[in-house]
Design a protein. Structure first.
Ligand code: ATP
Ligand code: MG
Length: 702
């Protein structure tokens, strides 16, 4: 691969120098490079998207391209809108065409159909509609099976694999299939026939069809290639073989292609994407130039360190990233006793952090699975925090949830006299074998059912449950139309975005990495996904997990993600093992013990409180009273100040130094700073009282 010509800045008669303001030397080289094709590679927050936008503007004002002939492919509709708006701000008046692969393909195909005086086939929004009637199983099971099959069909189509090639492709990719490969292949073939028969196309077909038409219809090809002469693709690491085929079909034998991306952010391998198109760009596009950007401008050095640590957790030799931004606080790592506490804790922190300089839109809550979102929707609504659930629709609108509700309705109709709680239990056991994502939806619904039963206080009914869901989950929490709202979105959806304050939640085994990630490649993709999530934060990063999580009607003990320790190791008070304690002073030894304890607890959180002596009842009562008063005075729930388990540990250990306090669960540097002196004073007073001679003349042993 050749390096882009070293054009650090404009040549003599270039104009539009203001477009280069706010760019560093390598960014300028990328903006002004005349290499074609060109790949711009760099880590998160290094200005790739900024460079892509500036490059289009720069080439336009210098007359090297006409914006009307630009086609810019972005990963989301929002990104496309932002690109167009940014270009307008940069003075590019003529409209560029920007959109996702699917949106652009659809627009072009529609145009072709109109030109040929034909109707556009209807688009099949959900494969399940065609798949479910084909299956031998029925009801909820059919819906779940259809979901698995749809995933396989999408994977195959993204990799340009038809039904006849499916089995071989699966074998070659060592892919574990949810159903025997031969069975999937048969259904895939029937699905395609049925779709054709009914005159439908699915989303994947849009990509194939558009590429086909470009390759085989000369008139269409000529029109499109005349119209679009300069191609730009953002997030190129997530391009699939089918999408690459479309890029090639647009491009023809021309070279005017510029892509940007980051191999460390490749997170769509599971659905058929191939990061190799980016990382081995020169092999796929011989003669291409390549520019690497260096610095991270998005995030504070503390966030950059945490993100880099996640990449390094693979054991790979990842170089340090230059982070010129201002220092921010160290990432806050919080272990919550339960998932409900996590949801409440995040909502409370957001409410407390909101202010004139911190509008709601500065905050984002990131979840690994859609199912986790319901608890946050609920807690944010309770706190009166406006929020928006990005992508995937709101909880009740999600297909998995609707299917589960339908199944519940069907069983309730069949046996109306049966207690509603039993129907809920059946729903959960029916979904026991389903893929994680689907099972979690069913379980989240069942959990809401349990909440409803508790609220209802009686036997409950389906209608009652529906009404409860409507009021509990809709209403003022539905902030989709507001502009100033907290964003609640999955790690995947967060790609390319940035927020001043980011909460990365559920950082536990089973979610990060997701439990169905089995192969090393799948686990590596999960680690990159965490990197994507962490690197969205500009200034404040909050990482949390829950020691227990209720899934369905059962509560499970959880352990932290194997990568959490890497983030914790970047915290300023972290002391790595082993450190020679022999020559260190007492304070240093305490500190080391504290850090070791914290590490040990992180490894087995379930044992957190069991390791401490039983609490001193009087001290505990004093601590609880102090906490209650403080909570009232500062209008926060008591657990935000300290959890019960923390107070119990304090009352058991009765620490006398700040270091010893830090060794206890739930007391980090911030809490020690804020409440340490008061706690030590309370403990000191209590111990002194206890040492005073008791009425019978004996001192109480310490
Ligand atoms: P990702 O990989 O997450 O998509 P990216 O590489 O596309 O990130 P951008 O979103 O383009 O990064 O930039 C990250 C942030 O840094 C943006 O807010 C951008 O405006 C800012 N930025 C980029 N370059 C500079 C620079 N030279 N000086 C100051 N800020 C910059
Ligand atoms: Mg970007």
């Amino acid at each position: 691969m050749t390096t882009a010509p070293p054009r650090h800045g404009p040549v003599a008669n270039d104009v539009g120098h203001d477009l280069l303001v706010g760019l560093d030397v390598t960014q300028r080289a990328a903006v002004t490079s005349d290499a074609a094709p060109l790949a711009i590679l760099a880590g998160a927050g290094s200005g790739k998207t900024r460079v892509l936008t500036r490059r289009i503007a720069w080439l336009a004002v210098n007359g090297r391209i006409d914006p009307q002939h630009v086609l810019a492919v972005t990963f989301t509709r929002k990104a496309a809108g932002e690109l167009v708006a940014r270009l307008a701000r940069l003075g590019v008046r003529r409209q560029v065409t920007a959109g996702t692969f699917h949106a652009i393909a659809l627009a072009q195909l529609r145009r072709r159909q109109t030109d040929r005086d034909r109707a556009m086939p209807a688009i099949l929004e959900r494969k399940a509609r065609v798949l479910v009637p084909m299956l031998s199983v029925k009801g909820a099971e059919a819906a779940l099976r259809a979901g698995e099959l749809a995933g396989e069909i999408e994977w195959a189509k993204a990799r340009l694999v038809g039904p006849e090639g499916y089995e071989a492709a699966v074998a070659q990719a060592h892919r574990e299939t949810p159903r025997p490969a031969a069975e999937v292949a048969t259904i895939y073939a029937r699905y395609e026939r049925e779709k054709r028969h009914r005159g439908l196309v699915d989303f994947d077909d849009l990509i194939w069809w558009c590429a086909d038409a470009l390759e085989n219809d000369e008139g269409f090809q000529a029109t499109q290639r005349w119209r679009f002469r300069h191609l730009f693709v953002d997030e190129f690491q997530d391009v699939s073989p089918a999408q690459l085929r479309l890029v090639r079909a647009w491009l023809g034998d021309r070279a005017d292609l510029c892509v940007v991306g980051d191999g460390d952010q490749a997170i769509y391998g599971f659905s058929g994407a191939d990061a190799g198109y980016l990382t081995r760009f020169g092999r796929h596009f011989p003669g291409a130039g390549m520019v690497r950007l260096g610095a991270n401008y998005r995030s504070s050095p503390q966030v950059v360190a945490a993100a880099t640590a996640v990449l390094r957790a693979s054991g790979a030799d990842v170089p340090a990233v230059h982070a010129p931004g201002a220092d921010g606080p160290p990432p806050a790592v919080t272990a919550y006793p339960s998932d409900d506490d996590e949801a409440r804790g995040v909502a409370t922190r957001i409410r407390a952090g909101h202010g004139p300089d911190r509008p709601w839109s500065s905050f984002a809550v990131l979840v690994r699975t859609n199912a986790q979102s319901a608890a946050f929707e609920e807690s944010l609504r309770r706190e009166g925090v406006p929020f928006r659930v990005r992508g995937g629709g709101r909880f009740l609108e999600r297909p998995e949830v609707r299917t589960a509700l339908d199944a519940l309705a069907a069983t309730a109709r069949r046996a109306p006299a049966r207690p509603f709680a039993d129907h809920l239990t059946d729903l959960v056991s029916d979904a026991a074998e389903a893929p994680e994502e689907r099972r979690e939806h069913v379980e989240a619904l069942a959990r809401l059912g349990r909440e409803y039963l508790a609220a209802d206080g009686g036997a409950g009914s389906l209608d009652g449950f529906r009404a409860y869901l409507d009021t509990a989950l809709r209403g003022d929490g539905d902030g989709d139309v507001r502009t100033d709202a907290v964003e609640l979105l999955t790690f995947h959806r967060a790609k390319g975005l940035e927020f001043p304050v980011v909460f990365v939640t559920g950082v536990e085994r089973g979610l990060v990495p997701i439990s169905h990630a089995d192969t090393p490649a799948e686990v590596a993709e999960e680690r990159r996904l965490l990197y994507v999530a962490v690197s969205r934060a500009e200034r404040e990063l909050h990482v949390s997990w829950a020691e227990q999580r209720t899934i369905g009607l059962r509560t499970y003990r959880r352990t932290p993600s194997p990568w959490l320790a890497a983030i914790e190791a970047t915290l300023p008070d972290f002391v790595p093992d082993p450190v020679p304690a022999r020559d260190a002073g007492r304070a240093a030894r305490d500190r080391l013990d504290a850090a070791r304890d914290r590490k040990a607890r992180a490894a087995r959180p379930g044992a957190a409180t069991a390791d401490f002596p039983p609490p001193d009842a009087e001290l505990l009562a004093a601590l609880v009273e102090w906490r209650r008063n403080l909570a009232r005075a500062s209008s926060v729930p008591a657990f935000v100040i300290f959890h019960d388990s923390t107070l119990a540990a304090v009352a058991g250990v009765r620490p006398r130094t700040r270091e010893a306090l830090l060794a206890l669960p739930g007391i980090g540097p911030v809490k020690a700073e804020r409440h340490g002196d008061t706690l030590l004073e309370l403990i000191g007073r209590h111990v002194a009282d206890a040492l005073r001679p008791s009425p019978d003349g004996h001192a109480t042993p310490d």
